[in-house]
Design a protein around this ligand. Structure first.
Ligand code: KIV
Ligand code: ZN
Length: 517
């Protein structure tokens, strides 16, 4: 029998503590709605005593998202009456409200932060729980900095607050100091005593990633009896962040033989949630981030692409569709081997019948890949056509390149009143020019290109960044044809940031065109 692990999401509280990541009320409610779709069990919506804005946002989440049997809404309070009142007032309209109280337990916190005796701090915690219980039946107590606390004092605190009515005990590794073996053992000992004291009280963990071990520590805790995990989307949070929801959930699912535990998470909503949080908070996801990074399901080495094409399980432990992605991505680069290029050509109906011709096409492919970094399907059409034109033989799909757009020239006018742009593209033998205004120069450029292509496109993501320390800018866009499900991601580099942005958009538009051929 699999154990059920409750997922407590603190993206809107610990995650929001990331500098610059503060959300407005609308954004908070949208993220909370998405967390509900993801089927988290508990949403920590904020820290209402911190500001009137946060109080109102938590209240809105309780009203709009908390009207269901399947979700608990909570918010954080220090162990003081005014904080507990603020939490109560903001979450009370939810169907299942919970008060979350935090108070330090390590000697460092007790002596240096509070300047009090251990007994005094313990009593403050007990009084806070007793007060919270007069307001709501469900109260979580977080023993802050538990991983650095003296064990017997930590246990005395837990015993006392459980006797005062706490229904969940949360054990935080507040500064990410713990290591898996030690944290697992701590949870094992606490769980043993807690279940003897009151087996209805849940044991929870909350880990930080300062040593890169938040996921490992959380999993060690689950293995040792934790009933509930505290996590954030993309692992965002204070300093190096919190445990990433997607990592623990997918580890439990993929290695259920080791953990024998399940969550209620709808894993197909993981990517949607990750992107929404990243966009609203303006926090890019590291490209190689486990599960939600851009490259997590992209394969570029020739050896791997060859193996995957023979049998996917050679290099794939999670099906991309399980986290809400369309499919794995075989990125064509200079390191892709013949097998991957053949596969791409076959899918496009471009595979030369003659092996000698394929070798010629492959040599050309490598030349383009060396200059372009990533080769797209429209590049393959052009490449194959040019090859056949040069060698005087026909190919099955001729004159496809006339459908693709190429940049001839562009101009962007940057000013605060009327940002505008003109773009000249070629399509086959045609040259088309269009001008547009926009909310900024990139918006104006994209509007002009969209008008030239006559497609109804939605820009889902746009990003410009530097390529390591060089002078090149790296543009990345994600677009969608309005009213259609599929989205297209494309990239481009150039020393001019506007040109990198334009080329990335044209690459994406050409990917749309390829699909319509
Ligand atoms: O890291 C921490 O200790 C916290 C508590 C409020 C749980 O965020
Ligand atoms: Zn924390």
């Amino acid at each position: 029998m699999m154990r059920k692990i409750l997922v407590f999401d603190t993206t809107l509280r610990d995650g929001e503590q990331v500098p610059g990541a503060k959300l407005n009320m609308y954004e908070k409610v949208e993220v909370a709605k998405q967390l509900k779709k993801l089927q988290v069990d508990i949403i920590e919506a904020g820290f209402p005593a911190s500001s009137q804005g946060d109080f109102l946002a938590v209240q809105e989440v309780a009203k709009k998202v908390g009207q269901s049997d399947n979700i608990i809404i909570t918010a954080l309070a220090r162990a003081v009456k005014s904080d507990i009142d603020a939490v109560y007032q903001s979450v009370k309209l939810a169907q299942n409200p919970l008060i979350h109280i935090v108070l330090g337990t390590s000697d460092i916190h007790v002596e240096k932060k509070f300047g009090k005796s251990k007994d005094q701090v313990l009593n403050i915690g007990v009084d806070a729980v007793k007060y919270a219980k007069t307001l709501l039946p469900a109260v979580q107590y977080s023993t802050e900095d538990a991983s650095r606390a003296e064990f017997e004092y930590l246990w005395s605190t837990i015993e006392a607050v459980v006797k005062a009515g706490a229904t969940i005990i949360n054990v935080p590794d507040t500064v990410g100091f713990a290591v898996p073996e030690e944290f697992g053992y701590l949870i094992h000992r606490l769980n043993d005593r807690l279940k003897n004291l009151d087996d209805k009280v849940l044991l929870s963990v909350h880990c930080h990633n300062d040593l890169g071990m938040a996921t490992a520590n959380t999993l060690a805790a689950v293995k040792n009896g934790a009933d509930k995990i505290e996590v954030t989307i993309n692992g965002i949070g204070e300093r190096a962040g919190n445990t990433a929801l997607e990592e623990v959930v997918m580890a439990l699912k993929t290695r259920s033989n080791v953990y024998n535990a399940v969550t209620n998470i709808n894993t197909k909503e993981i990517m949607n949630t990750s992107r929404l949080v990243s966009n609203f908070m303006g926090l890019d996801v590291q490209v190689n981030k486990a599960i939600t990074g851009d490259n997590a399901f992209a394969h570029s080495s020739g050896i791997h692409q060859d193996g995957l094409l023979k049998s996917r399980d050679a290099y794939e432990i999670i099906s991309p569709s399980d986290v809400g992605l369309d499919d794995m991505e075989l990125v064509l680069t200079a390191r892709s081997g013949r097998h991957a290029v053949k596969n791409a050509l076959e899918q496009l109906g471009l595979m030369p019948a003659d092996e000698k011709d394929f070798e010629g096409v492959f040599t050309k492919f490598l030349e383009i890949a060396d200059t372009k970094k990533e080769v797209y399907n429209h590049d393959l059409y052009i490449l194959v056509e040019n090859y056949h034109a040069l060698h005087g033989n026909g190919c099955e799909r001729q004159n496809m390149s006339q459908h693709f757009y190429e940049l001839e020239d562009f101009q962007a006018i940057i000013n605060s009143t009327f940002p505008s742009a003109s773009v000249k593209l070629s399509k086959g033998n045609e040259s088309i020019t269009h001008s547009a205004t926009g909310s900024g120069p990139v918006d104006a450029l994209y509007s002009a290109i969209t008008a030239i292509c006559g497609l109804e496109l939605e820009l889902l993501e746009y990003n410009i960044s530097s390529v390591s320390r060089g002078k090149e800018a790296f543009g990345k866009v994600k677009i969608k044809v309005s009213h259609k499900g599929k989205s297209y991601i494309a990239k481009a580099t150039d020393t001019d940031i506007m040109k990198a942005s334009v080329l990335a958009y044209i690459n994406a538009v050409n990917s749309v065109v390829v699909d319509s051929l």
